[in-house]
Design a protein around this ligand. Structure first.
Ligand code: ADP
Ligand code: MG
Length: 600
């Protein structure tokens, strides 16, 4: 492991790096920076999103250009306006001590004359989207005939988006003796073609395996009937109270529709797709960054620009047409050293695609069942209990306490706790008690799946550690196996939430598990394990269905009814609604910041 100094960066850059708080160069930075500083070479670098590619080309470029000259010396092409702006901002931060540096962003949807004016003032580096760049070249508003360094960032995506012609056109206006640095997450043939065509004997560096997805991401799939997709999505959201997610749909229309339905159901959701105006897209992204939006529903193209580090879940509402796109989707989570989950909702007809994706990402999916209503009730209840437990008292409340205490003077603590939590629990319980089981069994690996048949022999546990403590399902499983001295398959159905988790063992292990965790401390904290009421998934739902839960054919009518009641009665949004189209509550979840106007 080397330091930024050892990579050969100058003092101005080191100072900026210190300000940014970067401690060590990432792998792609370690490999690319010294090479680019020392040689005038062409480079092909393959690395996943979130691995720090911007700095990998940005630092060398900043160090090599002449800031005393006003000539444009570096050109960076990137697929979307959002990425273009992000790169520009990052470069400005990296180069904050490079006196005289001028980095200009060029992209569609904004005034071309204003951008031309900025370029004219002397931009040593231009960061551009291909379409607008070509436009400006043809109008002679930029001169890139003297550039020394060109970067093709997210090359695979630019080609995916059909920018091949534009890129060819743009590069034909650049000198032959420049260096070209190509960065890409994957290496489809198109990228290889472009490398061959525009580069001379490029040096190739690879971080991780080609096309392999980030190791911080675990992959799960949920098999449902196609028509239950939306209900499944809501359950996945409800089962993860602290979800902060991007939901991918295949078309703009579906994207808009799913987002609208979620909003109608009371979730904090928003849509991001190409039919929105730039201004609308900016607003949605701003709300998402501020976490006013918990679920961002997006198309693949629009989501390219999303650079938000703490996305907990990526949900594939539908699988992408091109399987390779899955890597880009799942790369939205698990960034900056955090763990993430990529979930896929699949219908039976698509389940084959899971296998193909596994081959590409070189990782296994875990098949999971859509959480049952009662599981969700438990998760929500425990999440609230944890939140209450961790809440710092706000002493502004003191002046009201006399009245509250008076009201509860005859209520025992135990009774009070029961009542307090029933407020939330009842919302979910009333909503979910008649819900059906959404899971469909899968012929792919029946037998290997513990969800069916073996339930009565299992014990399910609640444990008070979760994602916040750095666990994902794999590492928690490893941890449990180790401390409990259990075998490979003895801990299963590990389900990690934000601040707590669930897992199963055979019932025969229950005594051992509970005995071990009676006073076990980990990192100075008591780890608490209790037996959970739910045995796994699906069970409750199946029983409910037998009791005469809603028939499927009722659903469209119910949906329509809910819509009507939504528009005719605003307050209904705050109450749990009975039909499956709504979200069971507004209060108690992390999204429950006071509702802010989205027209800010
Ligand atoms: P990529 O282009 O590979 O998707 P980015 O260049 O956008 O990744 O970097 C992802 C995030 O990581 C950014 O927020 C960036 O500021 C941060 N970052 C980059 N390099 C480092 C580093 N060496 N240490 C810590 N954070 C870094
Ligand atoms: Mg990037």
């Amino acid at each position: 492991m080397s330091t930024f100094q050892e990579l050969g960066l100058n003092e101005d850059l080191i100072n900026a790096i210190n300000d940014l708080g970067f401690e060590n160069p990432s792998e792609v930075q370690q490999k690319a920076i010294p090479l680019l500083l020392e040689e005038e070479a062409d480079l092909v670098a393959l690395a996943q999103t979130g691995t720090g590619k911007t700095a990998a080309f940005g630092f060398p470029m900043l160090q090599k250009i002449d800031v005393n000259s006003r000539t444009t010396q570096g050109l960076i092409l990137s697929p979307t306006r959002e990425l273009c702006l992000q790169i520009t901002n990052e470069l400005k931060l990296y180069g904050k001590y490079c006196k005289g540096l001028n980095v200009v962003a060029i992209y569609g949807g904004a005034s071309i004359t204003e951008q031309a004016k900025q370029v004219k003032r002397g931009a040593q580096i231009i960061v551009a989207t291909p379409g607008r760049m070509k436009d400006m070249i043809s109008r002679r508003l930029v001169d890139i005939s003297k550039i020394q360094y060109s970067v093709l960032d997210e090359a695979d995506e630019m080609l995916n988006m059909g920018f091949y012609e534009d890129i060819t056109n743009i590069l034909s206006h650049t000198p032959d003796d420049k260096s070209t640095w190509l960065f890409s997450a994957t290496m489809p043939k198109e990228v290889a073609t472009i490398a061959k065509k525009f580069m001379y004997d490029p040096i190739e560096i690879t971080v991780g395996n080609k096309n392999e997805s980030t190791s911080n991401v675990s992959h799960e799939y949920y098999l449902v009937n196609g028509r239950d997709r939306y209900l499944a999505l809501k359950r996945l959201a409800d089962a993860n109270p602290d979800i902060f997610s991007v939901i991918f749909c295949r078309t703009k229309r579906d994207t808009q529709r799913v987002a609208e339905k979620l909003v109608e159901s009371g979730y904090s959701a928003g849509a991001l797709h190409g039919d929105l105006s730039q201004n609308q897209r900016d607003l949605v992204m701003k709300s998402f960054r501020n976490k006013q939006i918990q679920m961002l529903v997006a198309t693949d193209v629009a989501a390219r620009g999303i650079d938000v580090d703490d996305i907990t879940h990526v949900i594939n509402y539908q699988l992408p047409d091109e399987i390779e796109t899955y890597t880009h989707r799942s790369g939205r989570t698990g960034r900056a050293g955090k763990t993430g989950v990529s979930m896929v909702i699949v219908a039976k007809s698509e389940v084959r695609k899971i296998k193909s994706i596994e081959r590409i990402i070189k990782k296994q999916f875990e098949k999971k069942a859509i959480p049952s209503g009662m599981e969700i009730c438990e998760v929500q209840l425990m999440s609230l209990a944890n939140k209450v437990h961790n809440t710092e008292v706000n002493h502004e409340i003191d002046k009201y306490l006399d009245n509250i205490n008076e009201l509860f003077k005859d209520t025992e603590k135990e009774e009070l706790i029961k009542k307090f939590f029933s407020v939330e629990f009842s919302r979910f319980f009333n909503y979910y008690q008649k819900s059906k089981d959404l899971s469909v069994s899968d012929s792919r690996d029946s037998g290997g799946d513990r969800d069916y048949g073996k339930q009565s022999n299992d014990s399910r546990y609640f444990i008070n550690v979760g994602r916040k403590d750095g666990y994902d399902w794999m590492s928690l499983k490893d941890f449990l196996k180790e401390v409990l001295d259990l075998g490979r398959d003895d801990v299963f159905k590990v389900d990690v939430k934000d601040s707590f988790s669930f897992f199963n063992t055979e019932k025969t292990q229950q005594e051992k598990v509970l005995a071990f965790f009676t006073d076990y401390k980990h990192n100075g904290r008591f780890v608490n394990v209790e037996v959970s009421e739910n045995k796994g998934r699906g069970g409750g739902g199946r029983r409910d269905r037998n009791r005469g839960g809603r028939r499927r054919s009722d659903k469209p009518r119910e949906e329509r009814r809910s819509r009507r009641s939504d528009s005719s009665n605003n307050r209904s949004e705050r109450r749990p609604k009975r039909d499956d189209n709504s979200k069971p509550r507004r209060s108690g979840s992390p999204s429950e910041r006071p509702r802010r106007s989205r027209r800010k």
